[in-house]
Design a protein. Structure first.
Length: 591
């Protein structure tokens, strides 16, 4: 192995010789003054075991000094300049830091519509190389791969951000949420974007809840920190899911656009996130803390926080009603309404009727209001998420008790003792059982009423569910609604149309709320997905008719009778139509 020439030693880090080291830099490194303000801030805020994200590794000295002196668990460094990468790696190898520091030659981006590459402008001095070609000096553009900040935050989970990216910080901070980051050390570059740009950067950090450390900060380098509220998924056995937060003059921040993950929620008047207002699915936070808006309108009155308001029934009934357990613990006469954040802020059509119907069944006459712009209610009562998708599908005791005491208590049973809940009329694009019409004919012969819930009001659905003693259903969201009124003396069987975690959520919901687990009839011969789709809720499954019949007979849902024959293959293919792909796990037919 070639002997490496050490050009300088900086705070315990040996710096190998490279063409980027001038005499001045070597001297400053040896004296411990190289990037002195940045290093001092980093060593003050990085704690043992922290995870450090660095944007703009430069020569690699700053992150190496942090790794050597502050004992972080891991450092992830991004450097856009490809010419610096081999010299940074040489520094890591010389100091035995390869396992502590990961280096990526990428541009980390925070904004939407991220391109695969970004143009980076190289100058003779690495100090002037930047994403911003701000003056007339000669540069050489190169294309550098990009990475998404949200993915890095989710996968690396940094505690501290170190940023020196030669003017790129203005664009980066415009969209960055910095979820989970406790401290930031940042160098500003007003020579690139002017005093107004520097002010914008600082205002953005303040909006994210960071406070400048006056002792550690200078005009061009800030060290700033904020208090981090550690957010955990709701638990059915206790914690914030069973608590109510009462806030004076909070800031309600709706989502800016429709997406799966939407920064939105409730902040205190001081800008701190209110974890009770968050919405989780499984162990994933769907509403990361938003930045504090520059402006927010006053909303007079006292409001109950409802969370995210869906207009799609399957998610409304599982994710928009999760805080209504608080109705059993408040006096509605003292409230002006229930305040929600819209799932799709671009839709302003009148709300679907089931919103009001569900609240009426809860004995709740409060009006619904969607926060379309940031607002400051005089008072906001924020119940925790007592139900939802994931482990919380069990529901908290308070949520289950409230549903038992309040939901549909005035709706009388009406209907037959046997009911089949069908999906056959939901239309294309909703997921289905192939051959369901033939299955319905067999069940009708067994005395089952074929019930299409979407054709009935919620009260009519409840009446049918209360009357039935035996319910067979094509697995789907109707079973979530059934669970709110299901009884332990009621038999429920669900015919699976997919293999998905959503099936477990339904089963858990039914068992926890009714006290009796549903029968799983998992007899799929094969299943298809629309071409190009990955969402399992859109799967079309072909049940094995004879196996379905056998399961129903064995569990008392049907009487012994001649074998149910499988529908003709050509008919099934015609019913399926084109545009579907056989799922790989189902390529072999069941015996």
């Amino acid at each position: 192995m070639d002997k490496v020439t050490v050009a300088a030693r900086c705070r315990g880090v040996d710096v190998p010789a490279s063409p980027f080291l001038t005499e001045t830099r070597v001297r400053r490194m040896s004296e411990g003054r190289y990037e002195g303000d940045e290093v001092a801030g980093a060593l003050a805020v990085v704690r043992p075991g922290d995870r450090v994200l660095e944007l703009g590794a430069g020569l690699g000295v700053v992150s190496a000094v942090i790794a050597r002196n502050a004992a972080p668990a891991a450092v992830l460094s991004f450097e856009a300049n490809p010419a610096l990468v081999p010299h940074i790696r040489a520094l890591h190898a010389l100091n035995g830091l390869e396992d502590r520091i990961e280096l990526r030659n990428q541009v980390l981006m925070s904004g939407p519509d991220r391109p695969e590459t970004r143009t980076f402008y190289l100058r003779n001095s690495f100090l002037g190389s930047s994403l911003v070609d701000a003056d007339n000096r000669q540069t050489r553009p190169v294309e550098v791969p990009t990475a998404a900040l949200d993915e890095v935050l989710r996968e690396f989970r940094p505690d501290v951000l170190i940023m020196d990216i030669e003017g790129g910080e203005l664009e980066f901070l415009e969209h960055a949420r910095l979820h989970g980051i406790r401290a930031v050390v940042i160098e500003f570059h007003p020579g690139v974007y002017g005093k107004d740009g520097a002010k914008t950067c600082k205002d953005r950090l303040r909006a994210l809840g960071f406070q400048k450390d006056e002792k550690l900060s200078t005009r061009f380098v800030w060290t700033c920190t904020r208090n981090i509220v550690r957010m955990e998924p709701p638990s059915p056995v206790g914690g914030w899911s069973c608590q109510i937060a009462r806030l004076k003059h909070p800031v309600v921040v709706p989502p800016a656009h429709r997406s799966h993950i939407q920064p939105s929620g409730v902040l205190t008047g001081a800008g701190q996130v209110v974890p009770h207002a968050a919405t989780w699915r499984n162990a994933r936070l769907l509403t990361p803390p938003p930045a504090r808006p520059a402006q927010a309108e006053r909303l007079p009155g006292r409001w109950l926080w409802g969370g995210v308001l869906w207009r799609y029934f399957p998610h409304f009934v599982t994710e928009s009603v999760t805080r209504l357990w608080a109705l059993e613990h408040i006096d509605q006469s003292g409230f002006d309404g229930i305040l929600f954040a819209p799932k799709n802020p671009g839709v302003t059509d009148p709300p679907p009727a089931f919103h009001r119907e569900f609240l009426d069944l809860m004995g709740c006459g409060l009006p619904i209001r969607e926060a379309r712009v940031p607002c400051v209610p005089d008072e906001l009562i924020v119940p925790g998420q007592g139900f939802g998708l994931g482990d919380i599908s069990r529901g908290t005791d308070r949520f289950i008790e409230t549903m038992a005491l309040r939901f549909a208590r005035d709706v009388a049973p009406e209907g037959p003792s046997r009911l089949y809940i069908s999906r056959s009329r939901l239309g294309a694009g909703r997921g289905s059982l192939l051959g369901e019409a033939q299955l319905e004919a067999r069940l009708a012969e067994e005395g089952y009423e074929i019930f299409h819930p979407q054709a009935h009001s919620l009260a009519e659905q409840v009446a049918r569910y209360k009357a039935a003693k035996q319910i067979v259903a094509a697995e789907g969201s109707a079973l979530h609604f059934l669970a709110f009124v299901a009884r332990p003396d009621q038999q429920v069987a669900m015919i699976l149309r997919r293999r998905s975690g959503a099936t477990r959520h339904i089963s858990t919901h039914l068992e926890s709320f009714s006290g009796r687990a549903p029968l799983w009839i998992e007899t799929l011969r094969r299943a298809w997905m629309p071409e190009g789709e990955v969402r399992k809720r859109l799967a079309v499954g072909e049940p094995d008719f004879a196996a379905v019949q056998a399961a129903l007979i064995a569990n008392g849902f049907a009487a012994p009778c001649p074998r149910w024959e499988q529908p003709d293959e050509a008919e099934m293919r015609a019913e399926l139509g084109s545009g579907y792909t056989l799922m790989e796990d189902d390529a072999r037919l069941a015996g």
